[in-house]
Design a protein around this ligand. Structure first.
Ligand SMILES: CSC[C@H]1O[C@H](OP(=O)(O)O)[C@H](O)[C@@H]1O
Ligand code: HPA
Length: 250
């Protein structure tokens, strides 16, 4: 089951539960030392390159952000040979450059989550890990993604700070105002501990933010609805297949 030639693992978030371009798909549900991932790993090919896909919340979206077994998800991907992980994260936009339907490749992160298992060194007897996390997203993988966007003509905002909140409720306007003051450009609920665990595991990990809505108080909408979120993800997602193909070709 170990594929040394796995070119890329993609973790899909809200509104992205499969990759239609994946052919010759095999499914695996490996049990890891942390239990099972959120759902099956779909392993197939895009333009001849082996690619794995995992829906972070499960393919029926049954797992809320604070209940995701992030460790099992990442370890399962590593078990089938993943070294590069592209995380798709649906987000709210806080600052001007990050309006609905924008695709973004953030370069910074602030963690506001709490009570989640956020390290591999949770269990007694495991090594205490203090990994460097100054640049939370792998600079080399970000560079590949940005170059791929340029080559394929997919508009992608370079940089930005992702703020990870606990959820599953959306934020108050005051919370978003504080996040703006802190320097956050995007807000989502799954960016951590996923990125930190990926670093502990030695995975090359980067985020593709899919902006689904203006965060609370940042736009004109009276409220944020799931219908709006899913419609904007669908629109923005048209850029994902050409971007993936270009990353793989790079
Ligand atoms: C209003 S939708 C909130 C939901 O969408 C994001 O999911 P993901 O990061 O997995 O794409 C956000 O984190 C929440 O889980
Ligand atoms: O506004 C938001 N806040 C948190 N997570 C989100 N995921 C999509 N939109 C949002």
């Amino acid at each position: 089951m170990h594929h040394a030639d796995l070119a890329l693992a993609v973790i899909g978030g809200t509104g992205v539960y499969r990759i239609a371009e994946l052919t010759d798909v095999e499914s695996h549900l490996p049990e890891t030392r942390y239990g099972f991932p959120s759902g099956p790993l779909r392993v197939g090919r895009i333009d001849g390159h082996r690619v794995a896909f995992l829906a972070r919340h499960g393919e029926e979206h049954g797992v809320p952000p604070h209940k995701i077994n992030y460790r099992a998800n990442l370890v399962a991907l590593q078990m089938i040979g993943a070294t590069r992980v592209l995380a798709l994260n649906t987000v709210g936009g806080i600052t001007e450059r990050f309006g609905p339907t924008v695709l973004a490749c953030p370069d910074q992160l602030i963690d506001y989550t709490w009570g989640r298992i956020s390290t591999l060194s949770e269990e007694p007897g495991t090594d205490v890990l203090h990994v460097d996390f100054g640049d939370p997203y792998a600079p080399a993988l970000r560079a590949q993604i940005l170059a791929a966007a340029q080559r394929s003509g997919v508009a992608l905002v370079d940089g930005g700070c992702y703020g990870a909140t606990q959820g599953p409720r959306l934020e108050t306007k005051a919370e978003i105002a504080r996040m703006r003051r802190d320097g956050c450009d995007l807000v989502g609920m799954t960016g951590m501990p996923e990125a930190g665990l990926a670093r502990e595991l030695g995975l090359q990990y980067a985020c593709l933010g899919i902006v689904a809505n203006w965060a609370a108080g940042c736009g004109d909408e009276a409220e944020i609805t799931m219908a709006e979120v899913l419609a904007n993800v669908e629109t923005a997602s048209t850029g994902i297949p050409p971007l993936l193909r270009s990353i793989l070709a790079g």
